[in-house]
Design a binder for this molecule. Structure first.
Ligand code: ADE
Length: 226
């Protein structure tokens, strides 16, 4: 899979892409990540990427021209299965969307900034808007990192243990059960006996029960969706 990210701040992605799962996915050649500096696609001498909104209002709007130039150059090189705009008024990003996107070949993530992007970018290029939550970030970059990470980790082969991504919270619509590791006793706080019992059936039942308890307590809305 190939992900092209269009941003005014390509340096922000370094730390996120050069560590942990994303680094591993790239090293295994299961994922290609490319950032593109939108400013490099301006044609005026001041490298302007934003301007005042028509009709007034505070804040600046990202201009369509550099974004269009960058997208069209990429589209001349390969076909894209989706062009996603990171925006607070987008569709809420959920696990099933990450799973679905992980099956695509080439996608573009466009990071918005300031007051937003000229609406014609949405009309002409964007296939879907994505929001990572009901709050406003300073830009779409952190959202694009979140989406990239969530998508990359479900690409088959990225996580060593073939089943672990599928047992994450939300994959079955429930939160994950609590997990423990050594020591079995930390200052008198013991790991639940059942996990040390070696009885696979009982462990499985306990885990499911814990998932239900957690989900009921913390995210009852998820149970209504089942
Ligand atoms: N850009 C600013 N806020 C955002 C959000 N919540 N989700 C995605 N992109 C954003």
């Amino acid at each position: 899979m190939r992900i092209d990210i269009l941003t005014l701040f390509p340096d922000m992605f370094r730390g996120a892409f050069e560590n942990s799962i994303l680094k591993r996915a790239v090293a295994k050649q299961l994922l290609e990540l490319h950032t593109h500096d939108i400013r490099a696609y301006t044609t005026d001498k001041h490298h302007k990427t934003d301007d005042y909104p028509f009709g007034g209002e505070a804040g600046m709007v990202m201009m369509i021209e550099p974004i269009a130039r960058c997208i069209e150059l990429l589209q001349s090189e390969r076909t894209y299965d989706g062009i996603y705009l990171m925006a607070p008024d987008g569709k809420p990003f959920v696990q099933s969307k990450a799973n679905e996107m992980s099956l695509l070949n080439n996608i573009i993530l466009l990071c918005g900034h300031y007051k937003g992007v000229d609406e014609r970018v949405r009309e002409l290029y964007v296939t879907e808007d994505i929001s990572i939550g009901d709050y406003v970030l300073s830009g779409g970059e952190l959202a694009a990192m979140v989406v990239t990470d969530a998508v990359a980790r479900v690409i088959p082969g990225v996580i060593g243990d073939g089943t672990s991504a599928l047992s994450d919270s939300f994959q079955d619509g429930l939160l994950s059960p609590p997990v423990y590791t050594r020591p079995a006793d930390f200052r008198g706080h013991r790991v639940p006996d059942v996990l040390l019992s070696g009885n696979e059936k009982l462990i499985k039942e306990w885990k499911f029960e814990q998932q239900m308890i957690r989900t009921k307590e913390r995210r009852p809305d998820l149970l209504q969706d089942l």
